[in-house]
Design a protein around this ligand. Structure first.
Ligand SMILES: Nc1ncnc2c1ncn2[C@@H]1O[C@H](COP(=O)(O)OP(=O)(O)OP(=O)(O)O)[C@@H](O)[C@H]1O
Ligand SMILES: O=P(O)(O)O[C@@H]1[C@H](O)[C@H](O)[C@@H](OP(=O)(O)O)[C@H](OP(=O)(O)O)[C@H]1O
Length: 442
């Protein structure tokens, strides 16, 4: 839940006090920041702090239990190479994508695109073009951020560097207009309360190192955003892949809604016909519209979602070539070929990804958050660069919902309506299996 700002933005030193002094009726700590801020935005946590001084950065607004979390070594852990010791550590860059109005937050999808050589857009309107994989914007925020070392380390640690150059943010797939690059290694995603709650809970879960650090809700031009780490920050000209996980891409509640109040969609009919003119039924053809769940199920069976429990949604390679034409990438062989094209001939990268996925699987099998949530439509974001640095993170919790206690999921049992299973872990097993098969015989 968000509230409007009430008081002056807290100073760095007072932030800790504020966390203790201000509470919601439920006893949760709250934060507040001034609407007419003196352009100082401050975030801090138990381990570290940082400070911005610029007008272009978003204002932190009150969020329920929205504690900010610093990018930390654990969260940004890269397999194969450690962030902390990597020579590129000083190349942290950031960018911000403000310039668009809320009215232009179109729910348009970046799909069916294959493009190359995209250059950073210079305005939000340019970004609104229907190209796949548009890049973010040059940073509007002076590089005044200092990343200070944490007082106590525990499992996390922060970087102490001065960002030097701008790293454009790239969106591979997903709703166009939902994102802004927030500057200083931050990314803003259009706010939904469900995703906010998940990200907050994940910050206290064993999965924390596998999700972008969450920094609360911010407001910009009357629109609220969830602020999280930009996972591309520590990479140079990264190659990026978005893999949508699970055997089901719609929530059980969406199915119930479709049964009770069917709302056939013309846009989905058109997307369907674009891929396969023969796909619609006679009735759908007559209506020139399909139900969302029908479209989603068709997408699942056309791709590898049903058969492997994951699908490749989009890939942007280091050379800028972007491909989101994977709707028909279904067989194990086709998937393997696409993965091979993504990693190239670099066994180091493949091994890095495999290690990270195996670690993720171990953590997922014991995570309380994972056990108690239906995780639908969530992706694994793969990122690597030419130095051999790799990382994989779970993103997109827009359709991750808590289960009614005491229900829990194992995420491997096949789905039947009512059991809420999503096939996430089964898909991860298959993904690990496919990647393992790609390793050269030695
Ligand atoms: N924390 C992040 N750091 C870097 N890039 C990100 C991050 N989160 C998302 N992205 C980029 O944005 C894309 C879309 O993200 P996400 O899946 O969250 O959007 P969405 O609009 O909810 O997607 P969907 O259409 O599946 O609902 C990803 O493929 C990735 O390229
Ligand atoms: O990839 P495609 O073929 O373009 O299809 C979209 C994709 O399945 C998204 O995951 C879904 O958003 P959600 O996951 O948020 O439901 C979106 O629904 P939408 O159009 O209702 O946003 C679909 O249009």
């Amino acid at each position: 839940m968000t509230k409007t700002p009430m008081t002056k933005a807290p100073s760095l030193r007072s932030m800790g006090d504020m966390k203790h002094n201000s509470q919601t009726s439920s006893g949760d700590p709250v934060w507040s920041a001034n609407e007419k801020t003196d352009s100082t935005i401050i975030a801090a946590d138990n381990h570290s702090h940082y400070e911005h001084t610029n007008e272009n950065i978003p204002q932190v607004v009150i969020t329920r239990d929205a504690r900010p979390y610093r990018i930390d070594l654990e969260a940004m852990r890269v397999s194969g190479l450690s962030v902390g010791s990597h020579p590129d550590e000083e190349s942290i860059c950031s960018d911000s994508g403000f310039g668009g109005s809320p009215a232009s937050l179109l729910l348009r999808k970046l799909s069916n695109a294959s493009s190359s050589g995209l250059s950073p857009a210079s305005s939000f309107e340019e970004y609104e073009d229907d190209r796949g994989c548009p890049e973010g914007f040059p940073d509007e925020v002076p590089r005044s951020v200092t990343w200070k070392k944490p007082r106590s380390t525990g499992t996390s640690s922060s970087l102490s560097v001065t960002p030097k150059k701008s790293q454009p943010w790239v969106q591979v797939v997903g709703h166009a207009g939902s994102f802004h690059s927030g500057g200083d290694g931050m990314l803003l995603k259009r706010h939904t309360e469900g995703e906010q709650l998940c990200l907050q809970r994940l910050m206290d879960d064993s999965l924390r190192p596998f999700v972008p650090g969450y920094h609360g809700v911010v407001r910009r031009s009357e629109q609220h955003y969830n602020m999280m780490d930009n996972l591309l920050t520590h990479f140079n000209s990264p190659a990026i892949m978005d893999c949508k996980m699970g055997t089901r891409t719609y929530l059980e509640e969406e199915l119930v809604k479709a049964q009770e109040r069917p709302q056939p969609r013309q846009d989905m009919y058109e997307k369907m016909v674009d891929v396969d003119p023969e796909a619609p039924t006679a009735e759908e053809r007559a209506q020139q519209a399909v139900l969302k769940t029908r479209y989603m199920q068709w997408r699942e069976t056309l791709s590898s979602t049903t058969t492997l429990g994951f699908r490749i949604d989009g890939i942007k390679k280091a050379d800028g070539v972007c491909n989101t034409n994977f709707k028909r990438t279904k067989s194990r062989e086709q998937v393997m070929q696409a993965l091979q094209d993504f990693v190239g001939s670099h066994t180091l990268i493949l091994k890095g990804y495999l290690r990270r996925l195996q670690e993720l699987r171990l953590v997922l099998e014991t995570s309380k958050f994972f056990r108690t949530h239906e995780v639908v439509g969530s992706s694994l974001l793969f990122v690597h660069d030419s130095t051999g640095k790799t990382g994989v993170w779970m993103i997109d919790f827009g359709k991750t919902v808590p289960l009614p206690p005491p229900l829990t999921l194992d995420h491997r049992t096949p789905w039947v309506e009512g059991n809420r299973e999503d096939g996430y872990l089964w898909g991860l097993d298959n993904l690990i299996d496919v990647l393992t098969d790609m390793l050269p015989l030695s």
